[in-house]
Design a protein around this ligand. Sequence first.
Ligand code: 3HC
Length: 707
Amino acid sequence: MADLVRYELKDRVAVLTIDNPPVNALAPAVWEQIDQAVARGVADAGADAMVLIGAGTTFIAGADIKIFDALKTREDSMSRSAGTHALLKRVEDAGKPLVAAIHGNALGGGLEVAQACHFRVASKDAKVGQPEVMLGIIPGAGGTQRLLRLCGAKMALAMCTDGKPVAAPKALAAGIIDQIVEGDLLTGAIAFATMKAAARQIRKTRDLQIKPEDVSGGMATCEAVRVALGKTARGAHAPFVAVDAIQAALTHSFDEGSIRERELFAGCVVSIESKALRHMFFAEREVAKVPDIPKDTPTREITRAAVVGAGTMGGGIAMNYANAGIPVLLKEVDQAALDRGMATIRKNYEVTMSKGKMTAEQLQRTLALITPQITYDGFDRVDIVTEAVFENMDLKKATFKELGAVTRPDCILASNSSTLDIDQFAQASGRPPQVLGHHYFSPANVMKLLEMVRGRETSKEVIATSLKLSKKLNKVGVVVGNCFGFVANRMLAYYMREAYLLLEEGASVPQIDKVLTDFGLPVGPYGMQDIAGIDVGARIRQYLASIGKTRAEGPQSAIPDRLFAMGRYGQKTGAGWYKYAAPGSRDRTPDPVIEQMADEEAAKRGVKRRPVADEEILARIMTALANEGARVLEEHYATRASDIDVIYCYGFGYPRLRGGPMFYAETVGLATVLSRVKEYRARFGDYWEPAPLLEKLVAANKSSFEG
Ligand code: 3HC
């Protein structure tokens, strides 16, 4: 077995070093070797005390998340965690002082191991946390029982329900750690352990008394947290279960509370919520790995940027650069448009400041990084330009032609187009290897997704540089292929098609939106269109009509174009799919005009309107997404199904708790999804055509898009 926990003696202290790169995750063998190393230290006559420390950049980032997949039933989980609980009790029963020395992170099981040590010291920049809820579980190795005894109910509840890590100084003040070590951590930890050995001091966390204020008020604190979670943890289950586990610590002995924790953990770990969140954890990390772009692909530093177009998207993109400390030129065609754009940017920053998230000085400093201008002055010095002009092929091609002339040959030219063919811009620029899509999502300064569209000739260096840049811009970069609408909007067209058809068939706009928000989306399809602008979609449809295409297969509803013709563009004009109190207001009410239009359009298509059940709305919309997602995958416009899930969660706020549209389809069952497509084809027409990949997977009895 590999040496995952090294043992050595230093100044009569046994140093146990966990060495399981990259983050010392607690794989089963690491747990075992910690147990063995502690036993060896206890038996070693040359050791008076022990220090448990992590090799590399961190202490322990938690249990190995991959192993949870092996826990198929509650019983599997109960028996594994019984072993872990017993192991940590053995560690805690060690007859010599055992000190955890924490640097980097002590998270999840990592903090639970540290809690079972007699004392904890940490570097001042270390962090400790119980982030399990982010994975749909709760601490499962005694964390809910020991943490409460160390820091009290309020802090334990906060840590176990929001999952946020706590910095060492705060952890020290709360009693989670005992000392901050300035200078070399191991040296400090050895000194601390030696001192405890000399004083013959051993302190078992599990024997600590519950704090007096928690004896009297702990239950009320739990109740208050449950009420607060009702607002902040909508749809999630695990945070509430974490409260139950901490409540058990307040009302039971350590051993009884620990059994309750194990039962509660077991219920969580087999839940779809946890499977979905674990899927997202790995999906978010996989997405940065592009098969033919090795890690060592050369990249360029981006130190200066420019954006063309100071509209809503262009302004938001410029803010992203400024927020990252990168100076950015912002160009518009005329002064009035530029002034409007800069006023919006300033207003956005002022809102941030009013929320206390930025000081006046930071506002000025950030704003000063954006240089508004109506010329191409200085474009020959920037490393990247993002084009964010109107979504019009001719205009964009003309812009790329100009950019090809005014920028350096090695400057990256990115387009924020949400749909159009990147290769045509690349040709227009005269240097296709430097061109790619940088598709931001609205509002561009808020939404985390950056869809990076790879053109036919985009160089690997440009893609690698973009991926690196996305991190700097605090975005999740996903590399996709160049098809109409790329991945996000290509699939969205099918989502919207079903929303339109369901309306014509008899569902209402508020009903459809509510089904989707109840599912966990921040906004339904119609609310989203009213925010994004009905004019945007209408102009794309006009362009497509000019080249003889439609966005999605199947009947095209006339209602969106009728709204466009009426000047009902959504929130900004005070009317769209809903009526608004005033232009720009979010205060909306349903509009009977829409029902009337739906009646008229249904009559034209010979559709008899009927009550549509919420279940049908959800099933139709989600099936449409998954079926088109399967095509996208098979045509290699997305590298993996999980990339599509990342795109939907970060671009459209698809609930992570559901794991994204492709994972959700897997939880519904691929065979069920396929049978729904076939049912809809029989009911509605051949435009419902099963994606070949879906048929292949079901025929091969596969349960996952990854085969
Ligand atoms: N298990 C398995 N793999 C893990 C892991 C874990 N707990 N934590 C990180 N990794 C892997 C990542 O998947 C990644 O792998 P890759 O290089 O193959 O993509 C690699 O380690 C590096 O991780 P990051 O890219 O995330 O590195 P960062 O430096 O950006 O972040 C971190 C480090 C803050 C530790 C972050 O990885 C993290 O938050 N990890 C998860 C922490 C966590 O949730 N712990 C609780 C686990 S559940 C638990 O402990 C249950 C217990 O109560 C029984």
